[in-house]
Design a protein around this ligand. Structure first.
Ligand code: ATP
Ligand code: MG
Length: 471
């Protein structure tokens, strides 16, 4: 949670900032509305803005709206200034926090904001069962393994469990085991001592220590190297870790959650995942059903995303029309909720009226939808997704050197098409594709994840392949 404090808060900034920091927020400060806008424009994002009521709260909220910057604003001022408080709320502030700052109140506001952006939207009975189980086990300190296809909401579920746990007011730290290079992961998890290796100029505290008192999410745990798994097992079992180059074990008090979109049992059978670690993590298994198996969720989620992206783009709220909904419910959603989210974001931008019709729904992947009329002229994001669904080859000019057809395109662009094309030729087999491309499976996976996050259709893994996404 990143908090931006604007103004002097009657001299209570340090106190308010300190409380927020203790609650796990990252705090930045600026004196003026101009400074706040600059920080937000410059990519220094915030999840919450706390502004002094002495400043023109309405002006900030208006400016944010005009510039399409979506961030909740809460106002702060001395408790006696009721007039200013009412004015701030009327101007669109979400809350009013009286000064001097009260620790519980700030914690509650931070939590409410976090909850809003990480809410699980669901109505399907199959998810209802999973949520009930999650509610039941959240307060315990048991390790939980959250499984499901890519994009089903595993990380969201991990945050949900943390919020409902006794550790809710402590930190939630997440480590993506697939994204961090193998040789750096140990240091990332356990930290290192000064001088542990060339370049270790100071002691560094790892994620286990950072998460002390709170929850540690080991995201995509199946990607962890088997040697490191042994150290992880010890850390979880003994509740103590060894920093790289350290001589003294360090005690940690954490709850461990892990996610995987691979069949861990199969990884165990193949000798790639330690069985003892699997049992340690799998005290409780929350299996998120694929989106195609929760039809009622498709309806509520598509409307949820339509509203979310209408607001984010400063458009009047779009609703999902009945034909569009039928189309959405017939799709396979290999990319699950993430794919639906991207589809609805596009639909909001493409839709001509406030009701989203089928022409605004561009589905990519195995079952391509009929292209929307004039789709080549629409917003770049949709055009790109369509282009990737039917990858262009560089063979446009057979007589040329082979790269002539590529001139004018960026390396990243060509690389993406090459990877997706090769993968399609290999019928989705990651291992074969990585061999042909001359890159590691890990690199390939990371790239594919990035592409699918960007809304690009990625060929699904071949059946029975070790890299299978389904479970
Ligand atoms: N039930 C839900 N309600 C609202 N948003 C959801 C829901 N499920 C998933 N999302 C959204 O879909 C996206 C993907 O969710 P998340 O990152 O949790 O999935 P994941 O299973 O961890 O995916 P991956 O395996 O690719 O890491 C996120 O933007 C998330 O906010
Ligand atoms: Mg994830």
């Amino acid at each position: 949670m990143r908090l931006l404090i604007v103004g002097t808060l009657e001299g209570y900034i340090t106190a308010a900032g300190k409380i927020a920091l203790q609650k796990g927020a990252k705090v930045a400060h600026t004196d003026s509305i101009g400074g706040a806008l600059n920080a937000l424009r410059g990519g220094q994002g915030a999840d919450l803005v706390m502004i002094d009521v002495k400043l023109d709260v309405g002006m900030l909220i208006e400016a944010l709206k005009t510039e399409r910057i979506t961030v909740p604003v809460v106002a702060c001022g001395v408790a006696t200034d009721a007039q200013a408080a009412v004015k701030a709320i009327r101007a669109g502030a979400k809350e009013y926090i009286p000064l001097p700052p009260d620790a519980q109140l700030i914690a509650a506001v931070l939590e409410a904001v976090a909850e809003e952006s990480h809410a699980i939207v669901s109505r399907d009975p199959s998810m209802g069962g999973v949520l009930r189980l999650a509610d039941q086990i959240a307060p315990s300190d048991a390790s939980v393994l959250i499984t499901g296809e890519s994009g089903t909401g595993k990380e969201l579920m991990a945050r949900y469990i943390h919020r409902k746990s006794r550790r809710a007011n402590a930190v939630f730290v997440s480590v993506n085991c697939a994204a961090i290079p193998e040789n750096l992961l140990e240091s990332e998890l356990f930290g290192h001592e000064k001088g542990a290796f060339t370049g270790a100029v100071a002691r560094r505290v790892g994620k286990f220590e950072e998460a002390n008192g709170g929850t540690l999410l080991l995201d995509e745990i199946s990607e962890m190297d088997i040697r490191l798994q042994a150290k992880l097992l010890r850390a979880i079992q003994e509740r103590e870790i060894d920093r790289v180059g350290g001589t003294q074990p360090v005690k940690v008090d954490i709850r461990v959650l892990a996610t995987s979109n691979r069949f861990l049992e199969e990884e165990v059978r193949a000798g790639r995942f330690r069985e003892d670690l699997f049992f340690r993590l799998n005290v409780v298994n929350l299996a998120l059903p694929p989106l195609r198996e929760r039809p009622a969720d498709i309806a509520v989620l598509s409307q949820h995303f339509a509203a979310k992206y209408s607001e984010a783009n400063g458009l009047p709220e779009r609703t999902v029309g009945p034909e569009a909904l039928a189309m959405l419910q017939g799709h396979r959603w290999r990319g699950n909720v993430r794919e639906l989210e991207n589809t609805m974001h596009r639909a909001v931008l493409l839709s001509r009226g406030t009701e989203i019709g089928t022409d605004a729904i561009l589905l990519t992947g195995a079952e391509p939808a009929a292209p929307a009329p004039g789709y080549s002229a629409v917003a770049p994001v949709a055009a790109r997704a369509t282009a990737v669904a039917q990858p262009q080859t560089a063979a446009g000019d057979p007589g040329a050197s082979g790269t002539a057809g590529l001139v004018g395109r960026s390396v990243a662009d060509v690389e993406r098409d090459l990877i997706i094309d090769t993968l399609s030729h290999c019928l989705g087999n990651r291992t074969h594709a990585a061999n042909i491309l001359g890159i590691s499976i890990r690199t390939l996976r990371n790239k594919l994840k990035q592409y699918s996050d960007e809304g690009v259709a990625v060929p699904p893994p071949a059946g029975g392949e070790l890299d299978r996404a389904a479970m």
